[in-house]
Design a protein around this ligand. Structure first.
Ligand code: HEM
Length: 469
């Protein structure tokens, strides 16, 4: 008997499945996993082709190690965006994807990345200095302000001034549309993409994108000292990621084109800004929801003394465990990217035909009771007591698509958290547990995490809190 072609799944109409997925993604996935196990098929819009959700670590391992010629993400797997562009790492596949990843990897890792520690701390200090003692506020917008500024300065190489302000203003408009639902529908259904003038939603989007592109291309020209020839002679005094990308060469000695530079800059911004900010808001929630976690974390951070070296912050074991557990419990990306089957592939006894979409399900894998007992509880100790493989713990996905900003995001998160916790004594403004909510493709804390600053922290040598305002 030949292997069955598709795993089981709900038999409801695809529109019903789409509705359930959009309105209640966690409950829907959990109900499907309970009924069908760790591999099931959904048909959700706008494509309605079979999408196989997988939360079995062995199968995920297989996906991450299968040759991209047989199984890959990118535009054919449905990842396309009029904002990111065709040269975006997310849209590319095969050889061009591999080439672009090679060029982008060094600037986001190692020594180069560590150089952004001080910058991240300064930006955090500046943003949180505006918090007022005794006033309740939503912490998410502050985290968004920090992560946007870190990207604009570390990645785009901007400094404070009119160019920085202008780009930030346009980006904020394009990233936070006034009518997010209308924007999402337009991106999903190309038939709605009609330019009916500057007042129509699509027309507005196109004009904003044009403004943004002009500013980004101006930055690319500026980084090259106004000379296109610069790509052969990068300015050695600049250490931002744009300059490093401009200096990079592929195996044939070719630099990235201006369009490639533009598409990658905007991709790093879109993929890195909201994800990091949201995870920081979740982390601040858990740290203040559980007093024993905060206590233990403060002891560890205080042991480094005042203004610690960002590299020492990076290595703190309990802080690392808190970040890992934050990304496990409500991973900001519920799913890894779609992978499209290109030639017949057998997974867990199913024979998948070309055209099937396979999705490693991060959320369900992170809630397997065999791996994470009492999975709904926040317990950083899990990560001190045992090591998880890259297919058991996968907040950044894996294989040839693993998040290229992983090291950057983790470093930024640790420096921001250590800075916030050492400066302010805070508490949650609302004792009700925060619930996860869907925002586009992300899982965010509903309500943005309301907090209140209760005083300033100062530490003595022994690392105790000595004074509160
Ligand atoms: C907490 C923060 C972040 C999380 C949880 C996260 C998560 C992810 C996930 C799940 C993927 C898909 C991986 C897969 O399908 O195997 C991904 C891809 C990607 N991420 Fe991140 N990310 C974060 C921050 C960042 C940052 C800071 C940057 C850039 C500075 C970034 C850039 C990218 C890019 C370019 C890709 C596409 C990689 C490719 O297609 O080859 N991410 N990320």
């Amino acid at each position: 008997m030949s292997a069955p072609k598709l795993p089981n799944g709900p038999q409801t109409h695809p529109w019903v499945q789409t509705y359930q997925w959009l309105t209640n993604p966690l409950e829907y996935m959990e109900a499907c996993a309970k009924r069908y196990g760790d591999i099931f098929t959904l048909r959700i819009g706008p494509v309605f082709t079979p999408q196989v959700f997988i939360s079995n670590p062995q199968a995920i391992q297989q996906i991450f190690t299968t040759d991209p010629k047989q199984l890959d993400s990118g535009e054919p797997a449905g990842i396309k965006s009029p904002l990111l562009g065709k040269q975006s790492l997310l849209a590319l596949e095969g050889k061009p994807h591999q080439r672009q990843r090679k060029l982008l990897t060094p600037p986001l890792h190692g020594e180069r990345m560590l150089a952004y520690g001080q910058l991240t701390r300064e930006i955090t200090e500046q943003v949180i200095s505006q918090w007022l003692v005794g006033e309740s506020f939503s912490v998410l917008p502050s985290m968004q302000a920090i992560s946007l500024e870190v990207i604009l300065k570390a990645v785009f190489g901007l400094v404070d001034g009119p160019r920085f302000e202008k780009l930030r203003e346009v980006l904020l408009k394009i990233l936070n549309p006034k009518q997010p639902f209308v924007r999402a529908m337009m991106l999903v259904f190309p038939s709605l993409q009609r330019d009916l003038g500057s007042w129509s939603p699509w027309g507005k989007f196109l004009r904003l994108r044009e403004q943004m592109d002009e500013l980004i291309y101006a930055e690319i020209r500026y980084a090259s000292g106004g000379l296109r020839l610069h790509k052969q002679q990068p300015d050695p005094s600049r250490t931002d990621i744009l300059s490093l990308m401009m200096a990079a060469r592929d195996e044939e000695g070719q630099p990235m084109t201006d369009v490639e530079l533009r598409d990658e800059l905007i991709t790093l911004l879109v993929a890195g800004h909201e994800t990091t900010a949201t995870t920081l808001a979740w982390a601040l929630y858990w740290i203040h929801h559980l007093p024993q976690v905060r206590e233990k974390l403060l002891q560890e951070i205080d042991s480094l003394g005042e203004n610690p070296d960002p590299n020492a912050i990076l290595r703190l074991p309990y802080l690392s465990a808190v970040c890992s557990e934050t990304l496990r419990l409500y991973p900001v990306a519920m799913l890894a990217l779609n992978r499209l089957v290109k030639s017949p592939l057998e997974i867990m006894g199913y024979q998948l035909n070309p055209g099937t979409v396979v999705i490693p399900c991060i959320y369900l894998t992170h809630h397997r009771e065999d791996l994470y007992p009492q999975s709904k509880q926040f317990k950083p100790e899990r990560f001190l007591e045992r090591q998880f493989t890259s297919s058991e713990y996968l907040p950044f996905g894996g294989g040839n698509r693993r998040c290229i900003g992983m090291a950057f995001a983790l470093f930024e998160m640790k420096v921001v958290l250590a800075t916030v916790l050492s400066r302010w004594q805070m508490e949650l403004a609302d004792s009700k547990p925060v619930q996860p909510a869907r925002k586009g493709v992300l899982l965010v804390p509903g309500g943005g995490v309301q907090m209140m600053v209760t005083g300033k922290r100062e530490q003595n040598q022994a690392g105790r809190e000595t004074s509160l305002v």
